[in-house]
Design a protein around this ligand. Structure first.
Ligand SMILES: *[C@@H]1O[C@H](CO)[C@@H](O)[C@H](O)[C@H]1NC(C)=O
Ligand SMILES: *[C@@H]1O[C@H](CO)[C@@H](O)[C@H](O)[C@H]1NC(C)=O
Ligand SMILES: *[C@@H]1O[C@H](CO)[C@@H](O)[C@H](O)[C@H]1NC(C)=O
Ligand SMILES: [Zn+2]
Length: 495
């Protein structure tokens, strides 16, 4: 009876493992840990719309930013890549969800396998690659771009993209990868969930049906926190919860029909509403611009060279010669046929409706601190600082978000003089040494903390063991309620 043997042997095994861990944890704790979680399309004000106790617990125990300016265009792929590179879209090269590259003649679409072509991503280097090159380890669960080989590397541990994998399963994998044995545990993880974006598109953010969707996200955050606690990681891991963008309410009364102004023979349609990218046919640029000028008061038409400076959205061959930006709430279509959504994002990144939530908690962060404003590109130098890795040149500023940190940044480790992870825009001057703990006083407390952790962990693992035995008897309610809500949420809404 192998099953019986396993069950019978589980207790002693867990105990042995727990006893062995304090030794490993001493060295493992030298390298701070960080988990970055994105709930796609979680607008900043969703947390005050329905009770979201788990978000509010993190805010009380950690930090939040009242206003986060993300990057233009406020779409999923550009913004997720900005979060892990600290670069504006024009500098990291993922300028939209749908792209055309005149230099290669290739097209990129979120909906095809083109996203697996490394060339699209290699104008920048995501943090997981940089960290791994510096000797660290990383893990990814479904984060856009994290299952693509970029500059020769995948994350040390990752899941190939599969929307059907539940949030709970993604969490289980990430937590397991963080709690691996010495030499295998990851230092940095990125975790992605498709909601509340999907529902926001389908229902529109103003729909009362969004309330349970937001409440469910809060439940999911609670699930993650509980999983980290059960694994004994909660006090060790810096948890950053944010999103790529917000969501604006649309209306079938607010449609701009491009066919009314411009013949389809004059251009190729590259990217979709609300910032439509057009590639005029050879020699037709002026005609296209002429026909669109003053055509409709609910859209702004930019020649690429005249895109406002504040968007940082000019200097890349993948940005098309003509952009049509709809005003908030408006949709640009060729005609009224085809799918229509009640919610969308992509608009001007200074609009409040486009901006994401930001909450962070952990040993690196202050308690109950509210940062007035930040840019989403500032997160990258902040994460590099926490992970003790030299940032690559980027558009963020550590100085702008340093107040969120629980202590003054440590002096540069003696073994790497001159490394200043706090200076954005400075190329790395050498690999950081992970043998030196980032906080100088961490050394003196280490033995004490180690023994204490040892006792706590033995107890912790016993609790986990007992809980897991108990949990196995319970039906999985969360999974069932999600399955039940799917058909409604995924229904296509057509005009
Ligand atoms: C995606 O995940 C689901 C649920 O875990 C699984 O049943 C399915 O086989 C996976 N699909 C692929 C292509 O791996
Ligand atoms: C709208 O465009 C589609 C192609 O995208 C075309 O098949 C259809 O006939 C057009 N409808 C009208 C009313 O022009
Ligand atoms: C953003 O950072 C990149 C890399 O340092 C740099 O090339 C680019 O000029 C920066 N953009 C802005 C607007 O400063
Ligand atoms: Zn998104």
């Amino acid at each position: 009876m192998p099953g019986c043997w396993l069950r019978g042997g589980g207790g002693p095994l867990v105990l042995l493992w727990a006893l062995a861990l304090p030794l490993a944890s001493l060295r493992r704790s030298d390298r701070p840990k960080l988990l970055l979680l994105s709930f796609d399309g979680f607008r900043w004000d969703y947390i005050d719309r329905v009770p979201t106790p788990h978000f509010h617990d993190l805010i009380e125990d950690g930090v939040t930013a009242s206003r986060v300016e993300n990057v233009y265009v406020t779409k999923t792929f550009p913004n997720h890549y900005s979060l892990v590179t600290g670069l504006y879209a024009e500098s990291h090269g993922i300028v939209a969800n749908e792209m055309y590259d005149p230099a290669t003649g290739r097209s990129f679409s979120m909906e095809t396998d083109s996203i697996y072509e490394p060339a699209w991503w290699e104008q920048a280097e995501p943090l997981w690659v940089t960290l791994q090159n510096a000797g660290g380890r990383s893990a990814a669960a479904m984060w856009p771009g994290s299952d693509v080989k970029i500059h020769g590397l995948y994350p040390s541990r990752y899941l190939p993209y599969n929307a059907s994998v539940t949030f709970e399963d993604r969490v289980a994998r990430i937590v397991r990868w963080f709690s691996g044995p010495e030499g295998e545990a990851v230092d940095f993880g990125v975790l992605y969930w498709e909601e509340p974006d999907e529902s926001g598109h389908a229902l529109g953010p103003q729909s009362p049906l969004m309330d349970p969707v937001i409440a469910d996200i809060d439940e999911k955050l609670g699930f993650l926190v509980a999983a980290l606690k059960e694994a004994g990681l909660y006090e060790e891991v810096n948890l950053v919860v944010t999103s790529d963008h917000g969501m604006a309410q649309l209306s079938p009364d607010k449609i701009i029909e491009l066919d009314q102004y411009l013949s389809r023979d004059l251009y190729t349609w590259v990217d979709r509403s609300p910032v439509v990218a057009l590639l005029p046919k050879e020699g037709k640029l002026d005609e296209v611009l002429g026909k669109l000028a003053d055509a409709n008061p609910n859209m702004v038409v930019y020649k690429k060279e005249d895109v406002p400076e504040r968007f940082h959205y000019r200097h890349n061959g993948r940005i098309m010669p003509v952009l049509i930006e709809a005003k908030e709430g408006w949709t640009v279509m060729q005609n009224r046929t085809g799918p229509f959504m009640l919610g969308n994002h992509g608009y001007d990144n200074s609009l409040r409706s486009m901006q994401p939530v930001f909450v962070a908690r952990g040993p690196a962060f202050r308690h109950n601190y509210v940062q007035d404003s930040m840019r989403s590109v500032d997160l990258y130098p902040l994460m590099c600082h926490i992970l003790s890795v030299d940032p690559l040149p980027n558009n963020g500023s550590l100085a702008a978000v340093r107040d969120m940190l629980s202590q003054e940044p440590p002096p540069p480790p003696p073994s790497t003089p001159g490394t200043a992870p706090s200076t954005p825009g400075t190329p790395p001057s050498g690999p950081p040494s992970f043998d030196v703990p980032p906080g100088a006083d961490a050394h003196s407390y280490a033995p004490l903390v180690g023994s204490f952790l040892g006792v706590v962990m033995v107890l912790g693992f016993l609790v986990v063991y007992i809980k897991q035995v108990t949990l196995k008897q319970l039906p999985s309610l969360k999974h069932r309620s999600r399955e039940m809500s799917q058909p409604l949420l995924q229904e296509d809404l057509h005009l």
